[in-house]
Design a binder for this molecule. Structure first.
Ligand SMILES: [Cu+2]
Length: 161
C-alpha cells in the first residue's frame, strides 16, 4: 500500500516538473472545523483544507485523549459526482449513515489545496470523550509522509464557518 502511494506521488512530481506555477512555501491549513454532535454521539467529524508546498501525503491524524479515542482519515463513498443528482435513489445504507471507509493516506499534490469537506474526505473522531459543542476548540495533529506534523486548531460549529 505504501509502495503504491509512493509511486503515485512520484508520478505527480514528474508531471509537475517544468511547471512554473509558484507554490506556497509552507504547509498550511485553512477553515478547520468540526461539526457539533448531539449528546451520546460516539463519533465526530472534522473538515479542513490543506495545502502542501511539495508533493506529500497525510498519513495519520490524532487528537488528545480528552477529545476522542482516535482520529481516522475517511473517504465518503458513493457521494462523489452524481450522488447529488435529484433523481438519484436515496443512498441510505440502511443504518441511517453514509457509507465511508478509512484510508491509509491522502495525497497532497504540491501547491494544490486538498479539501476535507462534507460528502468527501473527512477526519473521523472515534469514541468521543464528550459531545462537541459549538464554540469549542480542539487540537488536531496531522502526520505527513515526510515525517513532519502539523498542529491545527479546530473550531466546533453547527455548519461550515
Ligand atoms: Cu467517517
Amino acid at each position: 500500500m505504501r509502495l503504491a502511494v509512493a509511486a503515485v506521488v512520484a508520478g505527480l512530481f514528474a508531471a509537475a516538473c517544468g511547471s512554473d506555477v509558484a507554490s506556497p512555501s509552507v504547509l498550511s491549513s485553512a477553515g478547520a472545523w468540526a461539526r457539533t454532535t448531539p449528546p451520546g454521539a460516539t463519533n465526530g467529524v472534522v473538515y479542513l483544507q490543506i495545502t502542501s508546498p511539495t508533493d506529500d501525503a497525510i498519513v495519520g491524524a490524532s487528537v488528545p485523549a480528552s477529545v476522542a479515542g482516535s482520529a481516522e482519515l475517511h473517504e465518503t463513498m458513493g457521494a462523489e459526482g452524481g450522488a447529488a443528482m435529484p433523481n438519484m435513489p436515496n443512498m441510505d445504507s440502511g443504518d441511517g449513515e453514509m457509507t465511508m471507509t478509512p484510508v491509509d493516506s491522502v495525497l497532497l499534490p504540491a501547491g494544490e489545496p486538498v479539501a476535507f469537506e462534507p460528502g468527501g474526505k473527512h477526519i473521523m473522531l472515534v469514541d468521543l470523550a464528550n459531545p462537541l459543542t459549538a464554540g469549542d476548540h480542539l487540537a488536531l495533529t496531522l502526520t505527513l509522509a515526510n515525517g513532519t506534523t502539523l498542529p491545527i486548531d479546530v473550531v466546533v460549529a453547527d455548519n461550515a464557518p
